[in-house]
Design a protein around this ligand. Structure first.
Ligand SMILES: C[S@@+](CC[C@H](N)C(=O)[O-])C[C@H]1O[C@@H](n2cnc3c(N)ncnc32)[C@H](O)[C@@H]1O
Length: 233
């Protein structure tokens, strides 16, 4: 009986997949042969599955291999991705870099002069606060807020890093973020740069390519919602 309806189910699924493709949405399997329980609750970010799933895999590698270093996010906004980093690295310090007041005009000016787009979905990035972000953190004691203009906010910081997320949208902070964090990244660590393949913030690709050429280091273009570039050491 089941043998007979299997081809029908498969055909219906294929039709459904074709329909989803019209909206550039695909169905993928979530690494079914991994043989371990994943820390991957996708209930609130299913549309960005690849980025969250890749973060979880990288965190597992770092923790399992005992790669030394703190973790950080540059560009925190309301702390959604930072909260996931915090959860996946329960025994590591998490630095949270943001103005918590949105973009700096001088950074936007640089992108405009370079001919880059600086408008995403008209999100107001000043609609956040340190308190609201910290409320989302499972291991709040691990968090250190570095509020203000990056890279000024690294003053006095002496640390190395195992994982860094750079999600600042604009050319200048992304380029400065790579210049600061890459030399301090432990061997075995990763840097995720969000928006590398995002036409709404074209300065991100420019910053990643500029850094990559200058330093002679390569990156992997992840097939996720924002088009993240991943540097590994
Ligand atoms: C796209 S949002 C980050 C989204 C966040 N990662 C999430 O999970 O939702 C970009 C953030 O980068 C911050 N940012 C951009 N340039 C900055 C700079 N030079 N210094 C500090 N923060 C900056 C903005 O304030 C904004 O909150």
């Amino acid at each position: 009986m089941f043998q007979n309806i299997l081809p029908i189910i498969r055909s219906i699924l294929q039709l459904f997949e074709k329909f989803l493709l019209l909206f550039k949405v695909v169905l993928i399997r979530a690494t079914p042969y991994l043989n371990r329980k994943r820390k991957l609750d996708m209930s609130y970010r299913a549309w960005d599955f690849n980025r969250y799933s890749s973060l979880e895999l990288c965190a597992y590698e770092i923790n399992d291999k005992n790669i030394q270093g703190s973790v950080a996010e540059l560009g925190v906004f309301q702390g959604d991705f930072a909260a996931k980093i915090n959860e996946l690295f329960p025994n590591r310090k998490l630095y949270l870099f943001d103005t918590f007041e949105g973009f700096e005009i001088k950074d936007i000016k640089i992108d405009s002069e370079k001919g880059h787009r600086t408008q995403g979905h008209n999100v107001d990035f000043s609609k956040t606060s340190e308190e609201a972000v910290l409320k989302k953190m499972l291991f709040v004691k691990n968090c250190e807020i570095r509020k203000g203009y990056f890279p000024d906010t690294v003053n006095g910081l002496e640390d190395t890093f195992a994982f860094v997320s750079i999600d600042a949208d604009l050319y200048k902070p992304i380029y400065e973020g790579l210049c600061y964090f890459y030399p301090r990244l432990s061997v075995g660590g990763y840097i995720f740069v969000h928006d590398y393949n995002n036409l709404l913030f074209t300065g991100a690709k420019d910053a990643v390519r500029q850094f990559s050429i200058e330093k002679g280091v390569n990156y992997f273009p992840l097939s996720d919602d924002g088009g993240t570039a991943i540097f590994a050491r």
